[in-house]
Design a protein around this ligand. Structure first.
Ligand SMILES: Nc1ncnc2c1ncn2[C@@H]1O[C@H](COP(=O)(O)OP(=O)(O)OP(=O)(O)O)[C@@H](O)[C@H]1O
Length: 506
């Protein structure tokens, strides 16, 4: 029974001091946690980011244990819609602890870089606002830091977890062997650490696999179990692009955790890198893509007929076809890239989600359809956002965050101006509260009438009527700039007063 327990769980670090590697990030993380002991720190959340299996999740839980904090974890398998996050993390972030003591509650959000798409719609936004208001510490865990929105990143401390060095893994692996009463031959642990490529989880898993049913392990045992370990996609790509043996390339893909639907994107991305350089010929590239297009046809049939048996033909065409397309073998190192198509799709999807999200809020605000808001109104709001007179009102009424303001104004990154609007909007929200925000333009319109510096629509129309056929727009400007009928002599000269703009100035 004992054998069935996963060693990665059994030997998960219980304290920050049990973690190997990444000393600097662990010290910084502990310092951040200590800053919570004397109140709410400026940065209420940290992002632990880095490759898989290096101890990010373990560090978050170990921190909670070291500080005797409760934990609440939301991982990607949970439905991370805005509502769910606010329900779970939002209330956790505000409530006192379960036990009623003043113990903190550490909110752990795993795979935080994976919050776009339908399931997580609005999730990133909810996380952004919880981070700003929480009075409980939050740890976000991500493989790809750039999968998080700039506004989330700017409100967190970023702590990078690097791959664990082989020599740092060895003492931890040795400790496990002692606990499990396993005798290791010379070089066994070094080889396991080396094979893991910086991934401590893999090292522990490989050790368990090789030690299964034995109490002694030797270097030869690793060579056999190594064959059983999963091929990484990069090793498989190396076999496809650099070997001349179609069978071994095909076998390398069997151990992958990728479907042919994904594998074809990997090959498509890297084919020009390998065959399109000066080492390959144009002919190699053309033949390679010819085989890929045939493979793609089979994938289309799989989708259409839901006949997954056809995957094998697609797999053979894309791997063996690529192998046989090369006219000579390139020996140099090639840095393979993940499919840029996925990144673009992810960016497009999150942009589309943001666009629709904003359009629906504009629609609510104007009582218009989402479609009309998206096509005809969004750009007007964008223009108002660029105007100091309206920017804060727009941001408050549409409840915009900095990323949405960047999108609406057509910018590329968060500028100082947008940051300022955001700060003023935040201040206004905290004054009025979320449900009690001032009605759009109402405050300004009333103020303007009181100041007699601006005419409302009726006045403009009346004035236009009395002046014959002159344009209402011109009238508005004339009246704004020359308050001749101002009766108060002690008032400052009208010329010095900055004329306020109306909607008609656009
Ligand atoms: N730095 C480390 N020190 C000791 N053990 C580690 C370390 N990193 C990983 N492990 C082992 O690997 C297992 C998985 O680690 P963990 O889940 O913390 O990795 P992760 O970085 O969060 O990975 P992922 O990004 O895939 O979630 C742990 O239970 C532990 O057994």
């Amino acid at each position: 029974m004992e054998e069935s327990i996963e060693w990665v769980e059994k030997y998960r670090p219980k304290s920050l001091s049990d973690l190997v590697g990444n000393k600097k990030s662990i010290v910084d993380m502990r310092e951040w946690a200590e800053s919570w002991l004397s109140g709410v720190p400026e940065k209420r959340a940290v992002i632990l980011h880095g490759p898989a299996g290096v101890g990010k999740t373990s560090a978050a839980h170990a921190l909670a244990k070291d500080f005797d904090w409760e934990t609440i974890e939301l991982n990607a398998s949970d439905q991370r819609t805005a509502g769910a996050i606010e329900r779970v993390a939002g209330s956790a972030a505000k409530m006192s602890s379960l036990t009623g003591t003043s113990t903190k509650r550490l909110i752990i959000l795993d795979e935080a870089d994976n919050m776009h798409g339908n399931a997580d719609r609005g999730g990133a936004r909810a996380v952004g606002s919880i981070i700003k208001t929480t009075d409980q510490p939050i740890v976000l865990i991500a493989n790809d830091l750039y999968g998080l929105t700039p506004s989330i990143r700017s409100s967190c401390i970023e702590l990078k977890f690097n791959s664990v060095q082989g020599r740092s893994m060895i003492p931890a692996l040795k400790k496990i062997c002692v606990e499990e009463k396993i005798m290791c031959g010379v070089g066994v642990l070094e080889k396991l650490a080396d094979n893991a490529g910086g991934d401590m989880r893999s090292a522990v898993k490989d050790l368990q696999a090789v030690a299964l049913g034995r109490d002694e392990i030797y270097i030869e045992d690793i060579a056999t179990s190594e064959r059983d370990t999963k091929e990484s996609i990069f090793k498989a790509l190396g076999k496809i692009f650099k070997s001349t043996d179609p069978k071994s390339a095909l076998q390398a893909t069997y151990g992958l955790d990728e479907t042919p639907e994904n594998l074809i994107h990997w090959i498509d991305e890297n084919l020009p890198l390998q065959y399109g350089t000066q080492e390959g010929t144009e002919e190699d590239l053309i033949t390679g893509y010819r085989h890929l297009s045939k493979a793609d046809r089979y994938l289309g049939r799989v989708r259409k007929r839901q006949s997954y048996r056809l995957w094998r033909y697609a797999g053979v065409l894309m791997t063996c076809g690529t192998v046989v397309s090369k006219s000579h073998v390139s020996r140099g190192f090639t840095k393979y890239q993940p499919p840029s198509f996925w990144r673009k799709m992810g960016q497009l999807r999150s942009k589309r989600d943001m666009r629709d999200n904003i359009a629906s809020r504009i629609g609510d605000h104007c009582n218009e359809s989402m479609r009309y808001s998206r096509t005809d109104l969004a750009h007007l709001y964008g223009r108002m956002l660029k105007d100091d007179a309206y920017a804060v009102d727009v941001a408050v009424n549409l409840d915009l965050n900095v990323d949405e303001m960047v999108y609406l104004t057509g910018g590329k990154k968060v500028t100082k101006g947008i940051q300022k609007i955001n700060d003023l909007a935040q201040a206004q929200r905290s004054t009025y509260g979320n449900d009690d925000a001032p009605v759009f333009f109402e405050k300004k319109a009333v103020k303007k009438v009181q100041d007699k510096k601006q005419m409302d629509l009726n006045q403009i129309m009346q004035s236009a009527a009395s002046n014959g056929n002159s344009k209402a727009e011109e009238t508005s400007k004339t009246v704004n700039s020359a308050p001749k009928d101002d009766p108060k002599p002690d008032q400052k000269p009208a010329a010095k007063a900055k004329p306020q703009r109306t909607l008609f100035d656009f």
